[in-house]
Unconditional design. Structure first.
Length: 206
């Protein structure tokens, strides 16, 4: 049974980590599966929409990280999983799941994935995508308005009350665990090309 390479891609909200993860996925010579920590937000069927919208989604307790850890362990054993599906417009997990089959490379992406030691220890390569805070806020506003149907007021309120303080507590301090830090977000072609070459070299060594 071949070893599975797990690559973690972390960074602040709207830092460009999803762009980096997708570029690595597209460039790897082997088949790659991508798991986002965002898929694993806990369900809150017991709460009405108005109450769900007020929850702190930028704290480790917002995630079903134990399930993500279990799913990665299964994939490393070449066992397929059924990963959850989360709706950002409904602020809730949906009923359906998506089958993820084992692959030589698993990319795990999320802003808080280095905070959990057990999850972090499953990763062979840890990447932190760095970007200026003002730039991240602008990107978040554009994304949440266009893709998630949020109002500008709600985005600013959420950023001020939870996103920024939680970033300072649970994201930025864990940058120290990264093997590679990519500045300027997901468009750093030099850094991403170097990573792609390194990942493919590791794959070829197996």
């Amino acid at each position: 049974m071949e070893d599975v390479i797990v690559i973690g891609v972390a960074g602040g909200s709207a830092s460009g980590k999803t762009t980096v993860a997708n570029r690595l996925k597209e460039a790897c010579k082997e088949s790659v599966e991508l798991l986002s920590h965002d898929f694993y937000y806990l369900p809150h069927n017991e709460l009405p929409f108005e109450e769900r919208a007020k929850l702190n989604y930028d704290h480790p307790n917002a995630f079903d990280t134990d399930r993500l850890i279990n799913h990665i362990k299964l994939l490393k054993q070449w066992i397929s999983i059924e990963r959850p599906v989360y709706s950002f417009t409904e602020h809730n997990r949906l009923a359906e799941t998506v089958r993820v089959n084992p692959s030589k490379v698993i990319i795990v992406e999320g802003f808080m994935i280095f905070e959990n030691a057990e999850l972090r220890d499953l990763m062979d390569i840890k990447i932190y995508v760095d970007a200026d805070a003002d730039e991240r806020l602008i990107r978040r506003i554009v994304r949440d308005v266009k893709e998630r149907g949020r109002s500008l007021e709600s985005i600013i309120e959420q950023y001020t009350n939870t996103v920024k303080p939680m970033h300072e507590l649970f994201v930025e301090p864990y940058k120290k665990y990264a093997d590679v830090i990519i500045p300027r977000g997901g468009m750093n072609d030099v850094a991403i090309t170097m990573l792609i070459n390194r990942i493919n070299a590791i794959i070829n060594e197996e």
